[in-house]
Design a protein around this ligand. Sequence first.
Ligand SMILES: Cc1cc2nc3c(=O)[nH]c(=O)nc-3n(C[C@H](O)[C@H](O)[C@H](O)COP(=O)(O)OP(=O)(O)OC[C@H]3O[C@@H](n4cnc5c(N)ncnc54)[C@H](O)[C@@H]3O)c2cc1C
Length: 500
Amino acid sequence: MNPSEQTHPRTEHLDVIIVGAGISGIGAAYHLQQQCPEKTYTILDAQPAIGGTWTTHTYPGIRSDSDFFTFGYRFKAWTGAPIATAAQILKYLREVIDENDIQRHIHHQHTVLSAEWDSGQQRWTLQVLDKQSNRVQSFSCNFLWMCQGYYRHGKGYTPEWPGMANFEGQIVHPQTWPDDLAYKGKRVVVIGSGATAATLVPAIANDCEHVTMLQRSPTYFRTAANANELADTLRQLDIPQEWTHEIVRRKVLFDQSAFTKRAALEPDVVKRELIENVRSHLGENFDVEKHFSPSYRPWQQRLAFIPDADLFRAVAAGKASVVTDDIDCFTAKGIRLKSGVELPADIIVTATGFHLSSPGEIPFTVDGQLVDFHKTITYRGTMFSGVPNMSWMFGYLRASWTLRVDLLSDYICRMLNHMRDHNLGSVTPTLRPSDATMPLKPWVDKDNFSSGYMMRSLHLMPQQIGVQPWKLETDYFVERDLLPTAALDDGILQFTPKIN
Ligand SMILES: Cc1cc2nc3c(=O)[nH]c(=O)nc-3n(C[C@H](O)[C@H](O)[C@H](O)COP(=O)(O)OP(=O)(O)OC[C@H]3O[C@@H](n4cnc5c(N)ncnc54)[C@H](O)[C@@H]3O)c2cc1C
């Protein structure tokens, strides 16, 4: 049955539609309710459950790689250990939903297929597939709040290698991990060495005959106990948990900022420290230089954190090993490397990343014109030139994503209240003649952040000029001071009076 043939005649109209019920969408809903209580809204999500990333990913060991004091919201205290499992994150999000009566606003299994802006009506109309009834229904709204994350949920990224079809075992991507994958007693090769591989390898190592982490090039890792001394002390002193949350957030941010600055100022020293730390876990006989000494600067890609050094403990115990080499081809029985070595495998896990998803994953039109997001310029890293009444929540790449969701939500709510107070119906970031001649820069600076998923898709992402407000700010401290006071009446945001 072709769902497009079954367009539902009714259009449901809301003041705001939030797309995505992940950590961003739930945060946006909370702030909207708090700061714009008169607004009607709904959340549309393609999945059958809340949580986004934390529902999609079910591979063994799945956990956050940043601390949950800062990955959690500023308004809801985190009471656990810094690194949180997916189950703990979902419980936290569920509490936010229940405490704020958000669930009744969520439409699950509703996939947004397209978004059309009509200036005459000052509204977006969305075509939405209700996966349960297989019907397409229209929703319309005045403001569209895109909280759809940054990668495609349906399928992870797996490169094509010669001979893949010949492999007699199973090939699995962590993003679509089969519930019944029988890895006990099997030889598993995990391709990749990012946060996902580093989580998965120790989580399955004890059950497998052996796990090999196969990487083309090394990654930086930091290790520490999964505990926060300051939080533990404050908790012992019976300090209210909201205070503990705020104090620990500030401390974590302070420490991270100091580390980031050091990584930029003295990259060689920081590199040496990181590598020496790995050596302390693996011993003098392990070839740390070969396997854990990346060619890029620390922090040029996201730095993976290993709680309790579990990856290194699995390697030291002989349950897991690390191979640094290029893949020549897949064979019937495993992987042949460029060095000629063969890695036997029953299961190959391709922890090779994502397909980045720009907001244009679904077609957007403005007054009948298809929006090419790569041709748009971002306004404060959340709106786009020529695209009215729309914001995309894109979090920090180095600091916790949610820090930015809280800040941007305040900003969007302030904008919505400004429009209400001044009887305005639309807001469109519009380049001034002087902006239009400025050189354009990519969504992220390649020298500053070079992760593969980002580099593969920069040509699809919006661009920036690189000076405010035409900039994706990457520093939390800068934006924390900038956004709350950023003028709305700046001559760049073009408002139109409300029709009717
Ligand atoms: C394994 C893993 C670990 C991570 N750990 C961290 C970490 O520790 N710290 C950190 O800061 N970041 C981390 N990230 C990045 C993480 O994805 C973000 O921080 C955050 O979870 C993104 O939340 P989100 O709500 O913006 O998007 P998502 O979690 O991606 O949720 C988006 C939701 O939108 C829905 N959606 C998308 N398109 C449509 C559509 N067309 N119609 C309807 N619904 C749609 C999806 O179904 C999904 O539910 C991690 C990512 C992964 C994959």
